[in-house]
Design a protein around this ligand. Structure first.
Ligand code: NCD
Length: 334
């Protein structure tokens, strides 16, 4: 494929669509998704779950480690009354270990399941699988490329914690070169009136392609190697892990991995109503002592992750927990 397939525009209609990139979403589609998520939160909090996706099956194909993404997808499906299955132990026991292609594996799951969620170390690999199948394929992270569902849950968390997105000053910190969550999140924040600060060691800076893309949209962006510059004005501090698995030379990883360390002392210089986010897992960049700070939002991200994925799964499978607002329908019923 010459140009990377990034999925169809959603335009309020999620049914049957692959979810590969944040570029598929406009503000209206985000509104549709978040309305579904809000309604789902209410039902799950009062009833525990739904049977909306009964007799629907999700296949999980994770070729890289995952805790939150894989299990929040699994529990999302189960809480909607659906079922989940897929090779365990990161494909080690599937025919992938015999040399089967990604395409053939995806086509196999298409025969059994209604949707696939997939994670793969190579940029574009999920898109290749998606272009071979006719059921929704959801990108659970493709190498250093994108992680759209993480960005969707990150934005939902910011909305819930800050009450708005427009006008916010957001600092992305850490491995901005290899971290796929910040690639998707920056593109998502660019749909709003936000200011974005990129703080990283020079070697792990945000790739130019993203800065140019956001620049064309008129987003205010600042780059720095020190957090002190932007911490006092930040409304959101989004911390990321240095992605050890992407380094060719592990000596470089060890030199850079502890470059930033968020401690209670560091946070003394931040606003009282700033929130601290992290997609997790953390490997030392936020100390455990920070967890008691009321500004911490990474546990909320975990929780909302399941709800956002419940909403997304329902919509791509053509279902909704919301009542139809259709007067004609009600009248004919009478
Ligand atoms: C992230 C990922 O896999 O990109 N984790 C996640 O999905 N919550 C971040 C990371 O691994 O650092």
């Amino acid at each position: 494929m010459s140009e990377l397939y990034k999925g169809e525009q959603i335009n309020r209609d999620f049914k049957g669509k692959d979810i590969l990139s944040i570029e598929q979403f406009n503000n209206e589609s985000l509104g549709v998704l978040y309305d579904e998520v809000d309604a789902t939160v209410q039902i799950v909090e009062s009833e525990g779950g739904t049977d909306l996706l009964k007799w629907n099956f999700l296949a999980t194909n994770f070729y890289e480690a995952s805790t939150r993404t894989e299990f929040s997808f699994r529990f999302a499906m189960l809480r909607h009354g659906g079922s989940v299955d897929g090779p365990s132990d990161k494909m080690q026991y599937s025919s992938v270990s015999k040399g089967e292609s990604l395409q053939d594996t995806a086509i196999t799951f298409e025969q059994y399941a209604d949707a696939i969620v997939m994670r793969h170390p190579q940029v574009g690999a999920v898109a290749v699988a998606a272009s071979e199948t006719n059921i929704p394929v959801i990108n659970g992270g493709d190498g250093t490329g994108e992680h759209p569902t993480q960005a969707l849950l990150d934005l939902y968390t910011i909305k819930k914690k800050m009450g708005k997105i427009d006008g916010l000053n957001i600092t992305l910190l850490g491995d901005l070169k290899n971290g796929r969550t910040v690639h998707s999140l920056a593109k998502l924040l660019a749909k709003y009136d936000t200011t974005i600060n990129y703080v990283s060691p020079a070697e792990l800076a945000m790739p130019k392609q993203y800065i140019e893309q956001l620049g064309e949209l008129g987003i205010q962006q600042y780059e720095s190697t020190t957090l002190e510059d932007c911490l006092p004005t930040s409304d959101v501090l989004y911390v990321t892990r240095v992605q050890g698995e992407r380094f060719l030379d592990q000596a470089d990883y060890h030199r850079l991995k502890d470059h930033y360390r968020i401690t209670p002392e560091v946070l003394e210089k931040a606003k009282d109503d700033m929130i601290v986010m992290h997609p997790l897992p953390r490997t030392g960049e936020i100390t455990r002592e920070v967890d008691a700070d009321p500004r911490v939002a990474y546990f909320d991200q975990m929780k909302y992750g399941m709800y956002v994925r419940m909403g997304l799964l329902a919509l791509v499978l053509g279902k909704t927990v919301q009542q139809p607002v259709n007067d004609t329908f009600l009248l004919t019923e009478l």
